[in-house]
Design a protein around this ligand. Structure first.
Ligand code: ZN
Length: 222
């Protein structure tokens, strides 16, 4: 086990962090930085033009709401339902797999997502909170608020999320793989965190338009 001792702090390397959950018998959510440093990207002019041509109402960087910590929803109301309906329409228009309310310019803790498989329902989680994280996965991610940018992001392979449904009933859901990735991406949005903050920076790349038309996976951004 390797670790460095700094002034007043112990800095663990990756291997040590991996081992700690087993030693203590629980997972340390800190493995995935709760508040990574905010990253910025330069958006090329030709990409901005493409953004302006998009028909969806999803707000794009550098919209300030995207960097705010969103408010808890005390109880879902008629307005919450209207918001969720707008989010559903926006996600469909943008051909995304997930959306968080701040991406509509609304600073409230509401996320929706739908896995690309045909029979998967659209799921709504109000006040989502990730209560367990296990394992790791590294894979490409994009974002409807930064269209055409992709990069690899390390996420937990499995999460348990708790939250409320549209009727205000509490529930928990365990998710793995791509669903776990979407949930982590969307919950990050509620804390003002964007995937570029967590991406392996050298893998960040603007997708070419030709590629976009052929590769449907690129369009499936949360
Ligand atoms: Zn996003």
């Amino acid at each position: 086990m390797k670790f460095e001792i700094g002034v007043g702090a112990v800095r663990y390397n990756e291997i040590t962090i991996m081992e700690i959950p087993f030693i203590r018998g629980r997972f340390m959510p800190d493995k995935f930085d709760a508040r990574p440093p905010q990253m910025d990207v330069d958006v090329p002019d030709e990409i901005r033009i493409l953004w302006n041509e998009r028909v969806d109402p999803v707000v794009k960087i550098p919209n300030k709401t995207l960097r705010q910590v969103a408010q808890l929803v005390p109880k879902p109301t008629a307005e919450t339902r209207i918001l969720v309906d707008k989010m559903k329409a926006a996600m469909a228009a943008a051909r995304g797999v997930g959306l968080a309310a701040p991406q509509m310019g609304v600073s409230e803790r509401v996320i929706i997502y739908k896995l690309p498989e045909e029979n998967e329902p659209l799921r709504v989680v109000i006040n989502p909170k990730i209560i367990t994280m296990k394992g790791e996965q590294i894979g490409p991610e994009g974002c409807l608020s930064i269209p055409y940018l992709q990069g690899d992001v390390k996420r937990a392979k499995e999460v348990t999320v708790k939250g409320m449904d549209m009727l205000g009933r509490p529930f928990k859901r365990r998710a793995t793989d791509f669903e776990a990735r979407i949930i982590q991406h969307e919950v990050d949005h509620l804390d003002g965190i964007l995937f570029i903050d967590r991406a392996i920076q050298e893998t960040l790349e603007w997708q070419e338009v030709e590629v976009l038309e052929e590769d449907s996976s690129v369009k499936r951004s949360p």
